[in-house]
Design a protein around this ligand. Structure first.
Ligand SMILES: Cc1ncc(COP(=O)(O)O)c(C=O)c1O
Length: 389
């Protein structure tokens, strides 16, 4: 079997830093206690771990206080919490054709059940949305603008600061899906004018699957209804969900093995620095784009250069179904990526790649090497040669 070249970091990052595995193992073997419920030694230690992760993420995104960071089960969970907690019957929501099904599907459900209307802002041929189009879509009854930061199909980075400025004079809240950027790009929620920031803990943050975060700007908690209710270990004499953060949005026992891993991952991220990670990914992206452009029969979907993009790269080989490309790349060279629609059907419609099975997506991560990229380009070149002869 070919050695594994994992280029599916847009789905979940792998491998994780060694410290993440050690932290999960340490929690499972030596602590095994819930946090926020009891005062014995291991429970106190569990509490410290959760609060260390919260503090680290707050620092990373420029939140003013750790309690503004809520732990969730995934990026999807965070987006549902934001959308279903803000949008009320009869409201209008603005989103974009670049957004993921974890935004599109909750919105469609609200259209069908709560008389909510949705505007899907278009993008240009490279996958970029214009802030003017977002502004023009606003209506008096718009309560939410939900925008993806980095596309999980094209890698295009949307102009979130400009969109934030455009939404600033309107009462609508700005929700940003940072699933593909948090940990890879510096994000400052204040500078970008973000009210709600949703992200998984298991992609760029390098934590385990089963973790996610939702940042809530101070004041937004007055409008954001809790998505699930239950015990918090605080105000237990009351039937009502406590109003204080983070308890309002974190009922039930936490995913402590996951959060132990996430705490270690965030420590690791801080020690590497997001800037350094970004620089490494940019080097890999330049090389991958250059390699792909040199192969006859390969068509890149999305920004053709490294400017304003992440390391997510989608392409097609003329004459091949993306599923065939994925199978052949793994079988011949051990290259693992993701073919298909990537849970973003409107994005593929806009790129005109919906028919024909979407695209093949490659997404390098921190542990990807230049040699991995070169080997991947060789594999694609060999495949494309077969198709064009
Ligand atoms: C842009 C985008 N948003 C949301 C999600 C959902 O994140 P999760 O897989 O953690 O539910 C993903 C993951 O694929 C994504 O790429």
């Amino acid at each position: 079997m070919e050695p594994r070249i994992y280029l599916d970091n847009a789905a979940t990052s792998w491998p994780k830093p060694e410290a993440v595995y050690e932290a999960v193992d340490h929690y499972q073997r030596n602590l095994g206690a819930p946090n926020g419920r009891s005062g014995y030694r291991e429970a106190v230690e569990a509490n410290r771990i959760v609060e260390r992760a919260r503090l680290g993420i707050a620092r990373l995104i420029g939140a003013t206080a750790p309690k503004e960071v809520i732990f969730t089960a995934s990026g999807t969970d965070s987006l549902n919490m934001a959308i279903q907690g803000i949008v009320r019957p009869g409201d209008h929501v603005v989103t974009t054709v670049c957004d993921h099904n974890s935004v599109l599907r909750p919105l469609t459900a609200l259209k069908e059940t709560a008389n909510v209307s949705v505007t899907y802002v278009p993008c240009d041929s490279q996958g970029f949305v214009s802030p003017e189009d977002v502004q023009k879509a606003l209506r008096p009854e718009t309560s939410l603008v939900a925008v993806i930061h980095g596309s999980n199909v094209t890698g295009a980075i949307q102009p979130v600061a400009e969109i934030g400025a455009a939404v600033n004079n309107h009462p609508a809240l700005l929700l940003v899906d940072a699933a593909q950027t948090l940990g890879h790009f510096p994000i400052d929620v204040d500078a970008l004018g973000i009210d709600l920031l949703a992200a998984p803990g298991h992609k760029g943050l390098m934590g385990p699957l089963g973790t996610g975060i939702l940042y809530i700007c101070p004041g937004v908690e007055e409008k954001l209804l809790p998505f699930r209710l239950g015990g918090t270990g605080t105000r237990s004499e009351e039937d009502r969900q406590p109003e204080m953060l983070p308890d309002k949005y974190e009922p039930g026992n936490h995913n402590l093995p996951g959060l132990a891993g996430l705490a270690a991952a965030v420590d690791w991220l801080e020690s590497q620095s997001v800037e350094q990670i970004h620089a490494h990914l940019a080097t890999l992206t330049v090389r991958l784009l250059k390699g792909l452009k040199a192969i006859p029969g390969v068509e890149i979907a999305g920004p053709p250069t490294e400017a304003r993009r992440t390391s997510v790269v989608s392409f097609r080989i003329v004459g091949y179904d993306p599923q065939e490309v994925a199978s052949a790349l793994e079988a011949t060279h051990g290259v693992q990526g993701r073919p298909g629609l990537h849970c973003a059907p409107r994005m593929h419609e806009a790129l005109q790649t919906l028919d024909g099975g979407g695209t093949m997506r490659l997404s390098p991560g921190w542990f990807t090497t230049v040699e991995d990229i070169d080997r991947t380009c060789e594999a694609i070149a060999t495949l494309a040669m077969v198709a064009t002869h």
